[in-house]
Design a protein. Structure first.
Length: 485
C-alpha cells in the first residue's frame, strides 16, 4: 500500500558574505593580517591608509546613462555573483585555486635544510657500498618526525623489494641500521622504541660507572625503571639509593624525541600574538583590541575616479561598459570587506568585554580560584549572538593580562556544587588538585582515592574517578609514576 505524505523543512542558508565574516572572526591576529594582505593584493580597489575618497556610497548608487539606451546601476550588480562558491571571479582563481569554504592553506615552514635531507646529507660522508647506501637512505626515509622507525624490519624488507627493487634480509637491514643510521646526528634517530633510543644515546657518551649501570638497567629492567619500581631495581642490581638517583639523573638528561630537537625540522613556528590586552588602571579593568586588528582601509580613489570618468563621458562604448562593470565589482567587494572588518572588530570587542566582566574578579586578582563557571551559552545569551560565534572568538584568540597571555577558552568551564550547595568552577577544583599534588611528599605520592578524600575535606565532594579525570586533564601521572627516590 502506497502512502503519501507532505513534509516541510525550514532551511537556513548563509550567504557567502556571512560565511566570510565568520571566517574573519575566527582568525587570530597573525592569520588575519595575512588574510588582509591577500585581499589588498587581489582587489586593487582596496587601499590602506587615510580615506581620501569622495562619498563612495553616493557614487555607487548613481545611475550611469548610456545616451538613453542603457543604465548600469549598483542594484544591477549582485555581489553573490562574484563572491559565491559556484562562480569565483578570475582575480580569485588566479591567486589561489580554492573556494571560499576552504581553510587557509598557507603554512609557514622553517627555512633551511629539512630534517630528512640533513640525515641523507650525513649518509654521503659514510663509506657504504651501493646496496648499503640504498638501504640506509630507505631507512632514513622511514624515520618519523620524532626520530623513530616505527615499522617492523620485516615490513621494511618487503618494501625495499617492492618499491626499490632491492632484495635483502632482515639481518642486512639491521646491520645498516646500527652501522650508519644509529650514528647520525641527532644521536638516537632511527631507534625502534624508547628503550633503544635511550641506550643509543648513552653508548655514544664517554663511558662511566653510572652510564654503564644506566645501560644495564635499561637493557635488563626497562619496565621496572619506567614504572618507577625503585625497590625492585635496588634489589635486582644490589645498588644504593644514591647510585639509583644518579642513574635517574643521567637518563633524564637524554632526549626521548631526538627528531623534534632538529632546528631545521619542518615545524610551524608558533608565535602567539595577543588579540586583546587587559590592564588594571586605577583599580579598574581596561580592555583594548590589538591595533593590528583595526587596519585603516578605504576604497581606492583611482577606481572611484574611473566611475566618475565614465559618468562624464559623452560616448560609452561596449568596452567601457565592461570596464565599469568590472570596476563596480571591485568597489562593491572593497566596500563589503571594509564593512566586514568593522563587524569583526565590533564582535571581538563585545564578546571579550562580556567575558572580562563575567570573570571580573579573576582578571582583577589573577586568582584562578575566582574563575566562575562559564559556558559559551552564558556569553552568547548576554550579547545576543550565536554560540558558534562566541566559540570562534574563544577557541582561537589570546588575551594579554597582568598574569600572562592566556587562551580565551581557558576561562570557560563547567560548574559543580560544593558542600554548601554553591556552584563552583571545575577550574577552581583543578587548581586546588594541582596544588595538593605539587605539595605532596614525592616519596609517598597521594593516590586518587586519597586526593578525593582531601578534596572532600576542603568542601568539594568529588568521586575518585572524577579526580582521575581531572588529574589526566592536568597531564599529571598516577601516584606510582610521581614517586621519587
Amino acid at each position: 500500500m502506497l502512502k503519501q505524505s507532505l513534509q516541510y523543512k525550514l532551511l537556513q542558508k548563509l550567504s557567502p558574505q556571512q560565511i566570510q565574516l565568520m571566517k574573519l572572526i575566527q582568525l587570530p591576529t597573525q592569520a588575519f593580517e595575512e588574510r588582509l594582505k591577500q585581499e589588498i593584493e587581489e582587489n586593487p580597489a582596496l587601499d590602506t591608509g587615510k580615506d581620501e575618497t569622495d562619498s563612495f556610497d553616493d557614487d555607487l548608487s548613481n545611475e550611469y546613462d548610456d545616451t538613453g539606451t542603457e543604465k548600469i546601476d549598483a542594484e544591477d550588480i549582485n555581489i553573490d555573483e562574484y563572491l559565491s562558491d559556484d562562480e569565483i571571479p578570475n582575480y580569485k582563481t588566479q591567486a589561489n585555486n580554492y573556494s571560499s569554504d576552504d581553510e587557509e592553506k598557507n603554512v609557514p615552514y622553517a627555512a633551511g635544510t629539512s630534517f630528512h635531507q640533513s640525515l641523507k646529507n650525513q649518509l654521503n660522508t659514510y663509506s657504504l657500498n651501493e646496496e648499503e647506501q640504498a638501504i640506509a637512505e630507505f631507512l632514513v626515509g622511514s624515520i618519523d618526525d620524532s626520530g623513530y622507525i616505527r615499522r617492523e624490519i620485516i615490513d621494511l624488507v618487503d618494501d625495499l623489494a617492492f618499491t626499490a627493487n632491492i632484495f635483502t634480509t632482515e639481518e642486512k637491514v639491521i646491520a645498516v641500521l646500527k652501522k650508519a643510521v644509529h650514528t647520525l646526528d641527532p644521536i638516537g634517530v632511527g631507534a625502534r622504541d624508547l628503550k633503544e633510543c635511550l641506550i643509543i644515546q648513552l653508548k655514544s657518551k664517554q663511558n662511566t660507572k653510572i652510564r654503564s649501570l644506566a645501560i644495564e638497567i635499561l637493557e635488563e629492567a626497562f619496565d621496572h625503571f619506567v614504572k618507577k619500581h625503585y625497590k625492585k631495581l635496588l634489589e635486582k642490581f644490589s645498588i644504593s639509593e644514591e647510585e639509583l638517583k644518579a642513574v635517574n639523573t643521567e637518563i633524564s638528561k637524554l632526549n626521548p624525541k631526538p627528531g623534534s630537537s632538529y632546528a631545521g625540522n619542518n615545524k610551524i613556528a608558533e608565535q602567539i600574538v595577543p588579540d586583546f590586552s587587559i590592564k588594571i588602571i586605577d583599580g579598574e579593568l581596561d580592555l583594548t583590541l590589538n591595533s593590528r586588528n583595526a587596519p585603516e582601509l578605504h576604497v581606492s580613489r583611482e577606481y572611484n575616479n574611473m566611475l566618475k570618468g565614465y559618468q562624464e563621458s559623452k560616448t560609452k562604448s561596449k568596452s567601457q561598459k565592461d570596464a565599469v562593470f568590472f570596476i563596480k565589482q571591485k568597489l562593491d567587494a572593497a566596500k563589503w570587506f571594509i564593512d566586514a572588518i568593522k563587524q569583526r572588530q565590533q564582535t571581538l570587542l563585545v564578546t571579550m568585554n562580556t567575558i572580562m566582566h563575567y570573570q571580573y574578579d579573576y582578571f582583577l586578582t589573577g586568582d584562578e580560584r575566582k574563575l566562575k563557571p562559564m559556558i559559551l551559552k552564558d556569553i552568547a545569551d548576554k550579547i545576543n549572538m550565536d554560540v558558534s560565534t562566541v566559540s570562534r572568538v574563544a577557541n582561537s584568540k589570546y588575551v594579554s593580562t597582568p598574569y600572562g597571555t592566556k587562551l580565551i577558552k581557558e576561562f570557560f568551564s563547567e560548574s559543580m556544587k560544593n558542600d554548601q550547595g554553591e556552584d563552583v568552577s571545575t577550574k577552581e577544583i583543578k587548581k586546588i588538585l594541582e596544588t595538593v599534588i605539587a605539595e605532596e611528599d614525592k616519596k609517598k605520592p597521594l593516590t586518587d582515592e586519597k586526593l578525593s578524600q582531601i578534596l572532600k575535606e576542603k568542601g568539594y565532594p568529588i568521586a575518585r574517578r572524577t579526580v582521575a579525570k581531572y588529574r589526566e586533564q592536568l597531564d599529571l601521572p598516577v601516584a606510582r609514576l610521581r614517586k621519587e627516590i
